[in-house]
Design a protein around this ligand. Sequence first.
Ligand code: ATP
Length: 282
Amino acid sequence: MGNNDLTETNEIKNIDENNKNNNKDINKKLVKDNNKYINENNENNIVKENIVEIKGLEKSYEKGNIKALNGIDLDIKEGEFVSIIGPSGSGKSTLLNMLGALDVADSGTINVAGYDLSKNKKLDEFRSKKIGFIFQLHNLIPNISVVENVEIPMFEGKLSSKDRRTLALKLLDSVGLKDKAKIKPTKLSGGERQRVAIARALANDPSIILADEPTGSLDSRTSKKILDQLNKMHKEKNVTLIMVTHDMNVAKLADRVIEVLDGKILKSTDNSLLNDNITIEG
Ligand SMILES: Nc1ncnc2c1ncn2[C@@H]1O[C@H](COP(=O)(O)OP(=O)(O)OP(=O)(O)O)[C@@H](O)[C@H]1O
């Protein structure tokens, strides 16, 4: 091989080396750009998980004579606000009871916040850690103060008594009732009691709030206040909110309206885009 040949081979080697390095740089840049694209896309398009997954849920009473739930299939996303509407006796409360593990289905599967409720295990843990209840039946305890009522769900956790009090007062403040903390619930109006119930429902930092007719017995002004509070809580804390109501005007405030009839889901209407800029009428 002559000198010229050697120089040529070395030049080719150099070019190869340069190309390799360039390719490495280009590849690195492509990977970086691709990751950036994926990250940006993920940020813009957060895929929300199902927090509720129900399949073929059935529940009968009176030895099978009353079919309260007759094959319910329902998925609810994390952070969604869903209302359940339907005529009296259609199965709304039965469905809400199943979601809170207050009743057990005859057949079908129900998964809520990572708990398989059909297995009938760890239900106490599930209720105390994952669910905030705003139910007429779970009313406030009359002979202890408002702030003590709000503290009740915190006893399952690890907070000191001082921290429990601070958090309870903060929650009462968020529903506009800090000044009523020391009095007994019997001295409150119906709407104020419902607001205390909202504060208490938030006390265990739940994943889901279940509300059964939260504005049922209230006048329209007080109902507006309660719905404002629920909406605020749902938006600020990204809590999944599932609310039973018989009032379509109230139901429509949710991201999705589920209509129930004869223990089945008749219709599911997505209102989320419609409700983005909603203001609640007084
Ligand atoms: N514990 C029970 N024992 C017997 N029947 C029951 C029981 N709970 C509910 N039911 C019946 O199951 C059906 C569904 O009741 P559910 O309370 O779920 O209806 P709902 O849609 O919530 O009604 P409402 O709007 O009147 O509260 C009804 O026929 C009801 O009478």
